[in-house]
Design a protein around this ligand. Structure first.
Ligand code: MOS
Length: 735
């Protein structure tokens, strides 16, 4: 089915099932431990051996020799796989560094060997006996040091220029020129990267934890130098991904190599301390923002440049894209600068680009609003735009940012905020409020599904879509139930299998809208088949309460399948609507913090997100997405930072003991409001995504609240107390 004109009224609009806050249909499986995660297919495969990964102890250089003799003789050891004995390997297109290193070493903890043994403990013990002789080389690991040398954009990413920034900025009545930094961050999903592989002749089956089944299949085939048809991927349950599982990673490759060497199934789970340096991360940025306004606060000129680093061949963190779209202004420029660094590969992490970009931009807006002397909510409303400011003939499909901000201000009690910082006390706490706006684009991509209607009235949906904890099972089930007019309980949803039709997968917050649109397309076909079996014309039919209504005539839906199962398959494809219109999602984030006047510890007291994201397919799962994202935003503002050792070139705090993330005690009250809207430009579902939107801007709202509480402006994330202490106001109470 092709979607190339705005959606008109369709069965989803009834919202009998879609749009209802239904519980997750996979909830009972997960809470009873019967949903199998990648490492847990215990009864499916016998005689499994266990792998343990040896990561490089240097960041850059060569392996002179690997001595595996002692490891091979250790109790229980079955084989040791290295680049030397693994056989010829290709490389996929999506990973920058090779997944099994040697002799070249491209980054710290790059996998150099897999020790496979009868038990995990035996493999782990033997791994410590692998002797690697290194020839280290100098590397570049310091973004700040590299920055002055990097003054031009990457060849394929030219600067975006509208009007004449320099002249307009020079003439502006109020100006800001400030630099902000964001650190490297790790996804650190609860479930580590894990895979089990088993070969049958020249075919391999991999049970893994991956957001994008079709990509994983293609990339693994390319790396093993076999055909995609020889690879079967299963990833039905995923314990969090956040972008770290978008791509093939070393666990899946090494499990396949170990299993091929042994002719026996092998499991590999990346050890937690390996994950930060072995997999991808969100790269650090240095961002310079300049804004010039007239005296009432209308933006005349805005510039945003962002520096990030990556391995040779890697991509920049696109921290400036939102600055092209979020505010009006005739004269603008944005640009990316990419330094070559020998740190592990930087890549997508939840809201790649905007998450880091808005951390900076939304402090800058707070700063310029203060300079102009107007309220930061008012400043944002004043500078709203209904067109893409870089292409003024191009409208947003839907943009209700101002309503998010107004509604949020009202619900949050923004009118009680004292604009002058450091004025509000509650015992030992200095109290402040902050706001930030958020934008995250809505991307569409083709997505397929297959549906079967059985004589007992059960509908089964099959698609290679994944559920990374987001609620895909449930919203897909709701979509199918709505389309066929049956209860959700009659729908069985099967996901995460490469034998199923290829979906858009879970990434870039496109999953909810696109995967359900694919199911919509398959269900439209199924409805036609039902009509045909019943001898009816397919238009004008209503599918409701298990019946097919054709004017005054009614048929039981099961009547159509009394002679056997009906199966339909289709893929939703998109025309040009996403080019004709700018499709984005929007939010206003409001935060109240308390900062201890003696120690400068920050406590978040209240958070509110007001989101405009098209039709909300399930307010319960969507709310959970936003709550989780707001929590991640608290981490970004206050805690999360992979600390770089600039001499040895690695992330030092590569475990969950020293990489801090928020816990329950860090979060008190969180509220989420969704505007009641639909976006007929996005798909027949009229939905968009919220999983990444919920994170965008949150950290800046926290930073702005800290400023309002204390008068201390920190421009380097995370805002730890050492950065506040030196400038904290004198406590009024001494001793
Ligand atoms: Mo997302 S960073 O595309 O999983």
């Amino acid at each position: 089915m092709k979607f190339d004109k705005p959606a008109s009224e369709n069965p989803i609009d009834r919202q009998n099932v879609v749009g209802q806050p239904r519980d997750r249909i996979d909830g009972p499986l997960k809470t009873t431990g019967s949903a199998h995660y990648a490492y847990e297919w215990h009864s499916e495969v016998d005689n499994v051996a266990y792998g343990y990964v040896v990561g490089s102890a240097i960041a850059k250089g060569r392996v002179n020799a690997i001595n595996t003799d002692a490891a091979s003789r250790a109790p229980g050891v079955l084989t040791v796989v290295t680049a030397e004995n693994a056989g010829p390997l290709g490389k996929g297109e999506m990973n920058t560094a090779t997944l099994l290193g040697g002799p070249e070493i491209e980054h710290y903890h790059q996998a150099l060997a897999l020790v496979v043994a009868e038990t995990f403990e035996q493999a782990r013990a033997a791994a410590s006996l692998v002797e690697v002789h290194y020839q280290p080389q100098e590397g570049n690991f310091d973004l700040a040091k590299a920055r002055p040398e990097v003054n031009t954009p990457p060849e394929d990413t030219p600067d975006s220029i509208t009007g004449d920034f320099s002249t307009a900025f020079a003439a502006a009545e109020v100006k800001l020129d400030a630099t902000y930094t964001t650190p490297d961050q790790s996804h650190f999903a609860m479930e580590p990267h894990a895979s089990m592989a088993a070969w049958d002749g020249d075919k391999v089956t991999v049970w893994t934890s991956n957001q994008m089944i079709a990509w994983c299949r293609k990339e693994l085939a390319a790396t093993l130098k076999i055909e995609p048809e020889q690879v079967r991927i299963y990833s039905p349950y995923i314990g969090g991904g956040f972008g770290s599982k978008l791509f093939l990673r070393s666990d899946a490759l090494l499990a396949a190599l170990g299993a091929r060497a042994l002719q026996r199934p092998v499991k590999v789970m990346l050890q937690r301390p390996l994950i930060a340096n072995n997999t991808t991360h969100r790269p650090a940025t240095i961002q310079q923002i300049r804004i010039g306004t007239d005296k009432v606060g209308r933006i005349a000129a805005i510039s945003h440049l962002s520096w990030s680093g990556n391995l040779p061949g890697g991509t920049p963190e696109n921290a400036v894209q939102q600055t092209n779209l979020l505010y009006a202004g005739n004269h603008r420029q944005t640009g990316l600068r990419l330094a070559e660094l020998d740190l592990p590969e930087g890549n997508a992490m939840r809201a790649p680009g905007e998450a880091a970009g808005l951390l900076a931009l939304e402090i800058a807006i707070d700063e310029i609003a203060e300079k102009v002397g107007i309220d930061p909510v008012q400043f944002r409303i004043l500078n709203d735009t209904q067109v893409d400011p870089t292409q003024p003939e191009r409208f947003f499909s839907q943009r209700q940012l101002n309503i998010c901000l107004r509604e949020g201000a009202k619900r949050f009690g923004w009118q009680d905020r004292v604009a002058r910082p450091g004025q509000v006390r509650d015992g030992r706490w200095l109290v402040g409020m902050g706001v930030a706006a958020a934008i995250r684009n809505n991307m569409v991509d083709k997505s397929g599904a297959r549906v079967h209607l059985d004589p007992d009235g059960t509908l089964t949906v099959e698609t290679d879509m994944t559920d990374i904890g987001t609620g895909s099972y449930t919203i897909i089930g709701q979509t199918a139930a709505e389309m066929l007019g049956i209860p959700l309980e009659k729908v069985m949803v099967k996901l995460g299998d490469s034998d199923f039709p290829v979906s858009a997968g879970s990434g870039g917050q496109w999953g909810a809208n696109t995967s359900t649109a694919g199911v919509y397309a398959a269900c439209v076909k199924l409805r036609e088949q039902v009509a045909q079996r019943l001898g009816l014309k397919s238009d004008g039919l209503d599918f409701c309460d298990g019946e097919v209504l054709a004017g005054p005539r009614r048929f039981a839906l099961t009547e159509a399948v009394k002679d056997g199962r009906l199966t339909a398959e289709d893929t939703m494809e998109y025309g040009n609507l996403d080019k004709e219109f700018q499709q984005s999602t929007f939010a206003g984030h409001f935060v109240e913090v308390g900062v201890d006047m003696f120690t400068a510890e920050v406590r978040i007291r209240r958070m509110l997100a007001v989101c405009a994201a098209g039709r909300i397919l399930n307010p319960k799962t969507a709310r959970s997405q936003v709550i989780g994202a707001m929590t991640m935003g608290a981490g970004a503002a206050l805690m999360e930072e992979l600390v770089v050792d600039p001499r040895l070139g690695y992330f030092v705090n590569h475990d969950l003991a020293s990489y801090e993330v928020p816990v329950h005690a860090d979060i008190t009250e969180q509220e989420v409001i969704f505007l009641d809207e639909t976006d007929p430009i996005s798909s027949p579902m009229k939905a968009k995504g919220v999983g990444e939107l919920g994170l965008c801007g949150v950290g800046a709202a926290i930073a702005n609240a800290i400023y309002n509480a204390t008068g201390v402006r920190v421009r380097e994330y995370p805002i730890t107390l050492d950065k506040l202490l030196a400038e904290m106001p004198e406590p009024a109470l001494k001793g």
